[in-house]
Design a protein around this ligand. Structure first.
Ligand code: LLP
Length: 389
């Protein structure tokens, strides 16, 4: 950050979401180029961040969209995504949302249960149209991530259970309004161990054979998302290694004639371009702790309270950003928000240069699952924005 931007930022009302649009563009371009090498398609999981500026930037770079509600489908289309690039996931799609998706001729429903398949068939029939569907299979692969964001195990609610797949195929065969276009898998989020994806590929190969043996050469294999980022070092590794990620699938997936591979990436595309910027309201020197009380809390960024997630906390001041600070001036703080909950804490024992009322505090890597998970709890003021163009 240059001093000019910092000076502008200082005049803004906090808390605000700071978005680095050039970094977003670079990240998406790197991801897209890496995927293009293998002719892979990326759908941006817009649940990670549905800010219109971000959506417009990503759609303009040619990605598809991955949506989880009718509203997300409408928002994606409003912000430039081609409706035929949209995949629609979610265990609880309502009839209204299914109709919206059908009317917009989306690429595929990622179907999560037998009953959902039947409902989609009947709504498509009543609208005299055909629904393109991908069956979401729960592959029972451990994503080795936080248990709240693990989705591919037998105990998770996601996907169709293996013993029901034959039943699904029978329904598809007997329906004139369903077309099987894909198989879908997604095992979790913030996955940093690429071996997880290797295990997933092995399972996908088995399922691909299973369908082939039953007469289906399914055109799309959708491997979901989940690629994790480095929350500890947002500047050293501001863009994740997309080449390694896609190359792994190139190595281990066994494709049949005509099959295409799709992904649904969220976090890895947007997390590092966003920072929650806040001000120190008060410093409180407690008996065991020093508290820095901010004007942002769990209502602006829920991840630390909900998943005990780590986000790097920095003091943003001229000459101090990303540089060695004078250690003798450093103090240990618990960085907390203003909300009436003890879980409203961004970091414990964070070592920072001495803080004062009014100082700007940056909570980094907040571009994914930050703004979208904000709530109205405690009825605090509306969020503000600052876009680095
Ligand atoms: N596809 C499906 C079916 C998903 O459920 C998700 C995320 C994605 C793709 C995108 O995953 P990503 O590439 O962003 O990891 N709120 C949590 C994350 C929840 C992820 C939900 N599903 C967090 O803040 O960590």
């Amino acid at each position: 950050m240059n001093e000019n931007t910092l000076e502008k930022l200082k005049k803004e009302q906090t808390p605000l979401y700071y978005y680095d649009l050039p970094l977003l563009k670079e990240t998406v371009e790197v991801a897209k180029n890496s995927a293009d090498r293998f002719d892979y398609t990326i759908h941006y999981a817009i649940k990670a961040n549905n800010n219109p500026k971000i959506l417009k930037e990503i759609s303009s770079l040619g990605l598809g969209a991955d949506c989880v509600s009718g509203k997300e489908i409408e928002l994606a289309i409003e912000n430039g995504f081609d409706s035929h690039s949209i995949v629609f996931a979610g265990v609880g799609k309502t009839d209204r949302e299914i109709s919206i998706a059908l009317q917009n001729n989306i690429l595929a429903f990622n179907v999560e249960s037998v009953q959902e398949l039947e409902v989609i068939a009947s709504i498509a029939e009543s609208l005299s149209t055909k629904a393109c569907i991908a069956l979401r299979i729960n592959p029972n692969v451990d994503a080795k991530t936080h248990h709240y964001i693990t989705t591919g195990l037998d105990e998770n609610k996601f996907g169709i259970m293996m013993h029901e797949l034959d039943n699904c195929l029978a329904i598809i065969k007997n329906s004139t309004s369903l077309e099987l276009v894909g198989l879908h898998f997604h095992v979790g989020s913030q996955i940093t161990d690429l071996n997880v994806y290797k295990r997933l590929c092995i399972k996908v190969n088995e399922w691909n054979n299973y369908f082939y043996e039953r007469g289906y050469n399914v055109p799309i294999l959708n491997l979901g998302g989940g690629l994790g980022i480095n929350y500890c070092e947002p500047d050293e590794e501001s863009i994740v290694n997309f080449s390694n990620f896609f190359y792994l699938f190139h190595q281990f997936l066994e494709l049949r004639e005509g099959q295409k591979v799709h992904f649904e990436l969220g976090r890895s595309l947007v997390a590092n371009c966003g920072t929650l910027v806040s001000r120190v309201l008060y410093i409180k020197n407690g008996i065991k702790k020093n508290f820095a009380i901010l004007d942002a809390g769990m209502t602006e960024l829920l991840r630390p309270a909900l998943y005990q997630a780590y986000h790097k906390v920095e003091k943003w001041e001229a000459g101090n950003i990303a540089e060695e600070t004078n250690e003798s001036n450093n103090i240990r703080y618990d960085i907390v928000g203003p909300i009436c909950e003890s879980s409203d804490c961004f970091g414990k024992d964070v070592i920072l240069p001495k803080l004062e009322r009014g100082d700007l505090i940056a909570i980094r890597s907040a571009g994914a699952y930050g703004e979208v998970m904000a709530s109205r709890y405690n009825l605090r003021q509306e969020l503000n924005y600052f876009y680095k163009e």
